[in-house]
Write a protein that binds this ligand. Structure first.
Ligand SMILES: [Zn+2]
Length: 190
């Protein structure tokens, strides 16, 4: 997990969301390690987990990686949970819980679904405080100023009266009589 945290710190330094992952064989050999690279690769699927699974699969010459252990600093999302299942990872050890985007202990709880054909053993909350601190440090300074620039206000009364709230609706409805539902119908007619 310490190596995964190092990858998360390196990702933050590159301007990526600080999540790191390390895939280890049962004998303790590091098969692959990576941080998020969504921005660098302009790839919305370039989460740390996906990158290490791809790298290890290429290296091993097989898409099925068991037996192995995946260490990741944040609870995996639905996409990564599916990739972990497909790769037949034996055990997942993650750091911070993610109530918003997580799909292991939150949301779809992917590994408990009857459609999940391979469920790894899961251990959550390992080095949780350190992994959470990295994410908080990354998001706090950026989110505050950027939302202020956009006219966001934490007060509900101001948020609904503000210029952002009024203008934000315009791109959705302008030029599309009847709103988004009619644009769906129009697209299917093409
Ligand atoms: Zn993910």
């Amino acid at each position: 997990m310490l190596q995964a945290l190092q990858e998360a710190e390196a990702a933050a330094a590159r301007g990526e969301v600080p999540v790191g992952a390390v895939l280890v064989s049962v004998s303790g050999e590091v098969l692959a390690r990576s941080g998020n690279a969504v921005e660098a690769l302009a790839d919305p699927t370039a989460h740390a987990e996906v990158l290490v699974l791809r790298a290890a699969a290429r290296r091993q010459g097989t898409p099925r990686l068991a037996p192995c252990v995946l260490y990741v600093t944040l609870e995996p999302c639905a996409m990564c949970a599916a990739a972990i299942s497909l790769a037949r990872v034996t055990r997942v050890v993650f750091g911070a819980y993610d109530p918003k985007g997580g799909a292991v202990e939150h949301g779809p709880r992917f590994f408990t679904q009857p459609t999940c054909l391979h469920a790894p053993e899961v251990i959550g909350g390992v080095e949780e405080r350190r992994a959470s601190a990295l994410l908080k440090a990354f998001f706090d300074p950026k989110r505050g100023p950027s939302l202020e620039r956009a006219g966001w206000s934490p007060k509900k009364s101001q948020r609904h009266k503000g210029p952002l709230a009024e203008n934000a609706c315009l791109p959705v409805t302008s030029g599309v009589p009847g709103g988004p539902s009619s644009s769906v119908g129009r697209a299917s007619d093409l």
